[in-house]
Design a protein around this ligand. Structure first.
Ligand SMILES: *[C@@H]1O[C@H](CO)[C@@H](O)[C@H](O)[C@H]1NC(C)=O
Ligand SMILES: *[C@@H]1O[C@H](CO)[C@@H](O)[C@H](O)[C@H]1NC(C)=O
Ligand SMILES: *[C@@H]1O[C@H](CO)[C@@H](O)[C@H](O)[C@H]1NC(C)=O
Ligand SMILES: *[C@@H]1O[C@H](CO)[C@@H](O)[C@H](O)[C@H]1NC(C)=O
Ligand SMILES: *[C@@H]1O[C@H](CO)[C@@H](O)[C@H](O)[C@H]1NC(C)=O
Length: 290
């Protein structure tokens, strides 16, 4: 019984506490909690039924819990904010000072870059051309559609002490990516049986390379693009980031882990055939889209 009362009290507190913050979200949340209550239930007999028993999607109750409601409202507000050209909201919040205005412009630019997906180029590479295999350029083309961490993990953040300074983080793919790898091999076996051997060999080699170099807490190096190119010349970084950022690279800082992995990766992949790289990237993108 004591346990029940504690639970009931925390529930009531949950219901009352938010009324001190922004009114619109909290009113909605309180209403939401109230709507889901089933007053015919004894809370000490079946607390779930008491707290959420009246929830029914059919009756137009959209959320079974209020976290989801708040998250959705937040996402909605964020979307409006990102899509607005900004005059209204910024002047309301007096965010016209130089750094804040620049930061907001940058947030909108990132947002636009994320939601605008360029046409996917599904074409097979020209296998007979004499150009060398530039797997980094090929990887960057797929990265533009959101495919990450196939050969290395690359993401953009901002410096911890300066949110106007972009930082690119580079490291080997996380262990959790092996799931997408396995799925890609399954798709391969179903659809492209002719290429199974070459791709399986590539995937094995990548796995071995990762296993050899995986560390609990790898050392992180901070370099400019020039430093990155100098320390890991095996990868065409200039080309890779040119495809992704169209040359806006001034002042970008690169934080790089797993340097030895990246160097050996460059050697390994420059030796792989163009068509193998292209097909493997297409398989991984298929898995991502699915
Ligand atoms: C339970 O749900 C029904 C239908 O959505 C609603 O009319 C009723 O007011 C709800 N009960 C409570 C206690 O809010
Ligand atoms: C509310 O609880 C009562 C008692 O357990 C139950 O009979 C009733 O079906 C519940 N209402 C809803 C909407 O689940
Ligand atoms: C942030 O830290 C780096 C070194 O870690 C330093 O060089 C830079 O000046 C700092 N930036 C600001 C705005 O403090
Ligand atoms: C793979 O094969 C399945 C069934 O054999 C087919 O439905 C699907 O469209 C194919 N996908 C590709 C990318 O070729
Ligand atoms: C590159 O490929 C050649 C021929 O297939 C092979 O002899 C060589 O060992 C490979 N080098 C690396 C670094 O994988």
């Amino acid at each position: 019984m004591k346990w029940c009362w504690n639970l009931l009290c925390s529930f009531l507190l949950l219901e009352l506490a938010p009324t001190q913050a922004f009114v619109d979200i909290n009113m909605l949340t309180a209403l939401q909690i109230h709507k889901n209550l089933n007053g015919s239930e004894d809370p000490c007999r079946n607390f779930w039924n008491y707290a959420c028993g009246n929830y029914s999607a059919a009756n137009g109750t959209k959320y079974v819990d209020n976290f989801q409601l708040v998250e959705d409202l937040y996402a909605q507000a964020m979307e409006e904010f990102m899509e607005s050209e900004g005059e209204l909201i910024e002047s309301d919040l007096e965010l016209n000072e130089e750094p804040a205005a620049r930061l907001l412009a940058q947030m909108r630019a990132y947002y636009k870059a994320c939601i605008k997906d360029p046409e996917i180029d599904w074409s097979e590479p020209d296998l007979h051309s004499l150009e060398p295999n530039d797997w980094a350029l090929e990887t960057a083309k797929f990265r533009r559609h959101g495919l990450n961490a196939v050969f290395f993990d690359e993401r953009v953040d901002v410096e911890t002490n300066d949110s106007l300074r972009p930082v690119v983080l580079l490291k080997m793919p996380a262990l959790s990516n092996s799931y997408s790898e396995r799925r890609a091999l399954q798709v391969l076996q179903r659809n492209h049986s002719g290429s199974v051997e070459a791709i399986s060999r590539l995937v094995d080699q990548l796995r071995q390379l990762e296993a050899t170099h995986r560390q609990e807490e790898p050392l992180v190096q901070s370099w400019s693009l020039a430093g990155l190119t100098q320390h890991i010349p095996e990868i065409n970084w200039q080309g890779y980031f040119h495809v992704l950022l169209s040359g806006h690279l001034e002042g970008v800082l690169f934080e790089v882990s797993d340097v030895d992995y990246l160097r050996e990766l460059g050697q390994l992949l420059s030796n792989a055939s163009k068509s193998t790289i292209n097909l493997y990237l297409r398989l991984r993108l298929t898995v991502l889209l699915k």
